[in-house]
Design a protein around this ligand. Structure first.
Ligand SMILES: C[S@@+](CC[C@H](N)C(=O)[O-])C[C@H]1O[C@@H](n2cnc3c(N)ncnc32)[C@H](O)[C@@H]1O
Length: 273
């Protein structure tokens, strides 16, 4: 619910603080107003072309994640956040998509603001949070590079398979706050790659790791999944960067499968400001 976040949200135009009145987010400068959507999120991506994941991409990922295939990854993230921050701490999920990870953190008692450029992601996430009675979870459409929040307002930033905007995350974190960065490890989805490609390679180390924040710990999150429905195999594939750069011939190999077993190999980096 957005009214629980007026202490950290800012107007994307004049950077003043905000209030929420009668379904409208108003800047304290008195000049700028933003309607709260029916689902409960607010679009603060001012001057930004519509972007982020499409309605179809959000629907596919929601369906896949709701079946629990990545539940061990969500549990590992929850454990890490709980190891470093007390219940009630304020988290920003930067690139939250459909709110799967921050929704689970909100259910554990954290106060979570999800930020994503996709209005479809924020709509889905806000609807689910409201249905689950999570009044300390809220969503804003915005770029992770220019988040509509005050400096040093967050105890933690969570970032799962989304762009790592180090400077912006450092700006919004309190001194001593933590960044939890979850992404692909070397063997991630090797079974999916083997099903399509003749030659498969390990993933290289990601190129966007923070350099100015202090790395305190790296955790490996590894497990195996068996996906037994063609739609779910397709949904998993659509969540990967390979979706955009695989030939039709290789894609068709995947389309013929009704079951797929694959490694899930993620790395969770924990940084401190
Ligand atoms: C692969 S999805 C991951 C979503 C979610 N964290 C998860 O793991 O389920 C990447 C997300 O980043 C969002 N995104 C990409 N570029 C962004 C940007 N510059 N600012 C905000 N969100 C962005 C997309 O809309 C998408 O929802």
């Amino acid at each position: 619910m957005l009214s629980a976040f007026t202490d950290i949200l800012t107007c994307p135009v004049c950077k003043n603080g905000v209030s929420v009145e009668d379904g409208t987010l108003c800047c304290l400068g008195g000049k700028h107003r933003f309607d709260v959507a029916r689902e409960g999120y607010v679009n603060l991506a001012v001057g930004h072309a519509p972007g982020g994941d499409s309605k179809q991409a959000i629907a596919a990922r929601t369906s896949f994640l709701q079946k629990g295939y990545y539940a061990p990854a969500a549990s590992a993230l929850e454990q890490a956040v709980q190891d470093y921050l007390p219940a009630g701490a304020t988290l920003i999920d930067a690139g939250c998509g459909q709110g799967y990870y921050d929704g689970r953190l909100a259910a554990k008692g954290f106060r979570t603001l999800g930020v994503d450029l996709s209005k479809f992601g924020c709509a889905r996430a806000a609807k689910d949070a409201s249905a689950a009675g999570l009044d300390h979870a809220a969503y804003a459409v915005a770029s992770v590079y220019t988040m509509p929040v005050h400096d040093a307002c967050a105890d933690g930033v969570v970032n799962v398979f989304a762009p790592c905007a180090e400077q912006e995350y450092a700006r919004v974190l309190k001194d001593g706050g933590y960044l939890f960065l979850l992404g692909a490890g070397p063997q991630h989805l090797m079974g999916l790659k083997r099903a399509m490609y003749e030659n498969t390679y390990q993933n290289a180390e990601r190129a966007d790791l923070p350099t100015a924040l202090q790395l305190v710990e790296t955790r490996s999150v590894r497990f195996e999944i068996t996906v037994e429905v063609q739609n779910d195999i397709e949904a998993l594939f659509s969540m990967t960067p390979y979706y955009w750069r695989t030939s039709e011939a290789d894609k068709s190999k995947l389309a013929q499968l009704n079951t797929l077993t694959t490694e899930v190999d993620m790395l969770l980096y924990i940084y401190r400001k």
